[in-house]
Design a protein around this ligand. Structure first.
Ligand SMILES: NC(=O)c1ccc[n+]([C@@H]2O[C@H](COP(=O)([O-])OP(=O)(O)OC[C@H]3O[C@@H](n4cnc5c(N)ncnc54)[C@H](O)[C@@H]3O)[C@@H](O)[C@H]2O)c1
Length: 248
């Protein structure tokens, strides 16, 4: 029970990696706010957590909307009275070559992937500051380091998250708040399936130095560690979790 009685908000918690983080943190004793654009799916995850005997709340939120994120913060404080851990997991993965890319897709990618990080941090940091403790963990991507053709908007948004996390780590360190990023390699979720055949997805998942298909739970593990007391003095870091595909 490494997170006993902590309150954790997981954006993008309705499926994939976010769901694995939500369930993993609940099993470690945290009360969970499952925050996602897909309200019904968020509700199912919250019910799964409650069925395990842990506290959970589902909130439908658009992390790219200031008013929606304000509502998420208010609902969290009304229900649980505090926040200890914020996981910025919500993200989208659109595909387009740069010359065919619409400004709408460029803006949407940045508004959700990067802007969502900003709005959620701005909404929850004052409470963390007041209590002089907090953990922020943001989901970047290996693509933010090594790039990927036809995903320049996604790569730029994920590289920006790494810079954002490092700046916030410096800004919030004096208040006892740690800020880190996780950079997954290709993981076995719905996201990569939006743009690749099943054969291509499987080929990518199997092309790793460690012979293992990266599952959402494999990414949740290091996030649970970063949220725990064992990681009290780790801040401003971006960790690759990728079975060795990319080595810094
Ligand atoms: N799956 C991978 O291979 C992989 C690799 C590297 C990084 N990542 C990152 O990990 C995170 C989770 O990925 P996943 O594979 O679980 O994706 P996923 O598509 O399965 O889940 C993403 C979740 O985010 C939610 N979401 C999207 N836009 C939102 C918005 N505006 N407001 C609130 N919620 C919103 C979706 O409803 C969904 O539940 C993402 O940030 C992604 O970029 C994934």
């Amino acid at each position: 029970m490494r997170l006993k009685d902590k309150v954790a908000v997981i954006t993008g918690g309705a499926q994939g990696i976010g769901r694995a983080i939500a369930l993993g943190m609940a099993r470690e004793g945290a009360k969970i706010v499952v925050a996602d654009l897909q309200g019904e799916k968020a509700n199912s995850v919250a019910n799964e957590i409650k069925a395990l005997g842990h506290g959970a709340l589902a909130v439908e939120v658009n992390v790219a909307s200031e008013s929606s994120v304000k509502h998420l913060a208010k609902t969290t404080f009304d229900c649980f009275g505090r926040i200890d851990i914020l996981v910025n997991d919500a993200g989208i993965y659109l595909k387009s070559s740069v010359v065919d890319m619409t400004e709408a897709d460029w803006d949407r990618t940045h508004d959700i992937n990067l802007g969502g990080n900003f709005l959620c941090c701005r909404a929850f940091v004052p409470a963390m500051r007041a209590q002089k403790s907090g953990r922020i963990i943001s989901m970047a991507s290996g693509i933010g380091y090594y790039g990927m053709k036809q995903f320049s908007h996604y790569a730029a948004s994920k590289a920006a998250i790494i810079g954002f996390v490092k700046a916030l780590a410096r800004e919030l360190g004096p208040d006892g708040i740690t800020v880190n990023a996780i950079c997954p390699g290709s993981a076995n979720t719905a996201m990569p399936r939006g743009h690749r055949t099943e054969e291509e997805v499987m080929q990518r998942l199997h092309s790793t130095p460690l012979p293992h298909v990266l599952e959402p739970e494999d990414i949740a593990g290091p996030i649970l560690f970063l949220a725990s007391d064992a990681a009290s003095y780790i801040t401003g870091q971006a960790y690759n979790v990728n079975c060795g595909t990319y080595m810094v």
